[in-house]
Every structure is written in C-alpha cells, then in structure tokens.
Design a protein around this ligand. Structure first.
Ligand SMILES: Cc1ncc(COP(=O)(O)O)c(C=O)c1O
Length: 368
C-alpha cells in the first residue's frame, strides 16, 4: 500500500541539497504540532501564543530536522562514518540517523552531559566518547583534529548541508494557512535555527508564497549569551564568551563559531532581538509550559517561553501579536532538572488512611 502524502520535512525535497530521493534518510521528522496555547498565553498576556512542539521529533529534539538532511547528503557522498560533538541532543540525533543510513556514528560529549542523552546515543549504536574538557575549547579542538585526521563526515553546524531547520519556516507558513506569525522565538546555541528559519522564510517570500517576514528572537541562557551581547552592542560580529554552567545545558555554547555572524545578521534583518534568561526564569517557564500547555520541554527549550514572557513584560511583544515559541527538546532528555524531594516520593503503606494523608499534604504543598 502507498502512503498518500509525505508529512515529513521531505515534502519540501526541492528546498534541500539532496539530489537523489533514494538517498533520503528519514525517520518521519517534521510537521510537528503547532499548538494554540490559550491558558499559557492568558498567563503571559499574549492572546495568540503558539507552541511548535518539536519534543515529539523522533529522537526528542530539533536536531532531527538538520540531521535528516545532513546525513542524507553524507550517504549520497558515500561516507561510512558520521561524527559530531554535542551538548547531548545532536549526539543522539546523529546516532539515530547514522544508524538508519547504515553508517557508523562517533559522538563526543563534554564531561557532565546528562546521562540520559549519552544512554540514548549509545542505544542507537553510536560510539560515545566523553571528553574531560569544555565544549567550545578542548572538546572542539580534539574533535576538529580527529575529523581532519580520520576523514569522518562532520555533522556540526559548519556542515553546509545541515539546512533541515529551514523546514520550521515552511511548516509554520503551511500551518498558518499561508500566513506568517509576528514573532518566532528560538532557543539558540550555534545559531543554525535562526539562520535556517530566516533562509526558509526568505525563500518563500521570493517565490511570492508569503508577503511578509516574521521577527526572529534568539532565546539564550544568560550563562551563554553571545548573541544577546552582540545585539546589545549593535555589533556585526559575534564575540565568543566563556559559557558558564546553566540548567539549559543543551544551549550552553559560548562560541557559535560557524554560523554566529550569519544568524546575527538574520536577527537584525528581521528586526528581531536576542534575550538572556536566568536559570530561575528558565525553570519557571518550563514549569508553566508543562502545567498550562501540557508540554514537558527540557529547560533549554523552555527559554523560548521565558523570552516571550520577558518581551511581553517589556512591551516589545504586544498583547495581540501572533507569537510562536519553538519547544526544541523533550523534558525527559534532562529529567533531573525538575527536582522532587526524596520525601515527596517516599512510598506510602497501602492503606486508604495513608493515601488520604498523602493527598492532604500534597494539596497543602500546592496551596490547594
Ligand atoms: C534543545 C535545543 N534547543 C535549541 C538548540 C539550538 O541550536 P541552534 O542555535 O543551532 O538552532 C539546541 C542545540 O544546540 C538544543 O539542543
């Protein structure tokens, strides 16, 4: 039996740099839900708030958009080993897509990366190498020498074929029935999402399929916010910063080396901005997104919601603006970010009296 319509990003085959359809490596990525978040929007004072739920992508993060395209090209070019360094999500995604392509995956992560992400990469069959060093420095240096020496297919953002995140733009226009939101807010590390979305929207504009462009916002942790610094200084260059520890570990990148200045140009051309969020603001946004929009996103992903809140508070986002927050990774990627006390989860004896007591104290805690 034939499927009638391809709902993956490959609906947009002609916009991607793959020549031969038989080279496509797809796990069904794309057309993720665009959810009108009424309750969350009411809380933030944004009447038209939408969440683009990329937590449902095959490996649980936005990286599947880029790797489906990137690995397809790698396969077409005849590589047998794909590699990446990663704060976790790219590792799992490269691991899965390389396996699907019949390639070996070698992924490097810095010491301290969430075990759940490492385990996921291993489960897909990747060779996972944990390096005692900082992501932007020692890990990156080792990785670059290894790629040169060993001839791996490099799946970092410097790979020009990893343009799958253009599909955000295509899908949003489709999901808004040819319309364009006023704002798209994207959790930002290397800048691939911002750069690719801008390209995607501009392609549709030049084809006459849309008649305006959205403002793009880079949401960053204040512990790793080179885009925010550059926007504040109105600089055309990105100055690398030394990233500090943050709960938003997936976007703990201080040196967006390959695409930084291009993504910055996209932010400027779109008349958008960049917003820095504290860990407290990020965790609060994660919790609001789960309780008021029923999506459990990882902290890095929730920076988009935290940024929407902040931009609404400063008045930059108006109450009737159409705002899309990209939720780029699943909460189960980093479950330890949501603390529960041992006491709260201590087992009860199996009696109704103990159950009543537990429910009463849980209600007291929640103030209900
Ligand atoms: C959950 C999550 N969100 C967002 C990003 C941002 O990546 P980029 O700025 O390259 O689009 C990443 C990757 O680093 C990520 O893992």
């Amino acid at each position: 039996m034939r499927q009638r319509r391809d709902l993956s990003i490959w609906r947009w085959f002609e916009f991607f740099p793959v020549r031969d359809r038989t080279a496509i490596v797809s796990l069904g990525e794309g057309t993720t839900p665009l959810i009108p978040a009424k309750r969350l929007g009411a809380k933030l004072g944004i009447a038209n708030l939408y969440l683009k739920n990329d937590t449902v992508l095959p490996t649980g993060s936005l990286k599947d958009r880029s790797n489906s395209v990137g690995i397809s090209v790698g396969k077409e070019l005849g590589f047998d080993t794909a590699s990446v360094i990663s704060t976790g999500n790219a590792a799992a995604s490269v691991a899965a897509y390389a396996a699907a392509a019949g390639m070996r995956a070698i992924v490097m992560v810095p010491k301290g990366t969430a075990l759940s992400k490492i385990i996921q990469s291993r489960a897909y069959g990747a060779t996972v190498i944990v390096v005692d060093g900082r992501f932007d420095y020692e890990v990156a240096d080792l990785y670059r020498s290894a790629v040169k020496e060993l001839g791996w297919y490099d799946c970092l953002s410097s790979n020009p074929y990893r343009v799958g995140k253009k599909s955000y733009a295509y899908e949003l226009v489709d999901q808004f029935d040819g319309g364009v939101p006023d704002w798209v807010i994207h959790p930002t590390a290397g800048g691939t999402g911002i750069f690719c979305m801008w390209q995607g929207f501009r392609e549709f504009l030049s084809l006459g399929w849309i008649n305006r462009l959205p403002k793009l916002v880079a949401a960053q942790s204040e512990a790793a916010a080179p885009f925010v610094l550059a926007v504040e200084k109105a600089s055309a260059e990105i100055e690398p910063v030394v990233a500090r520890e943050t709960i938003a570990e997936s976007i703990q990148v201080g040196n967006p080396v390959a695409l930084g200045w291009r993504a910055l140009a996209a932010l400027r051309e779109s008349k958008g901005t960049a917003v820095a969020l504290s860990d407290g603001e990020i965790l609060a946004a994660q919790s609001l997104t789960a309780s008021l929009a029923d999506i459990f996103a990882e902290p890095a992903a929730a920076t988009s919601v935290a940024a929407a809140k902040k931009l609404r508070e400063t008045g930059m986002i108006k109450t009737d603006d159409v705002v899309v927050c990209n939720l780029t990774g699943h909460g189960l990627k980093q479950p330890e970010a949501v603390h529960g006390s041992e006491e709260e989860f201590a087992p009860i004896v199996p009696t109704l009296a103990a159950l009543r007591e537990q429910i009463r104290s849980a209600s007291d805690l929640a103030g209900k």
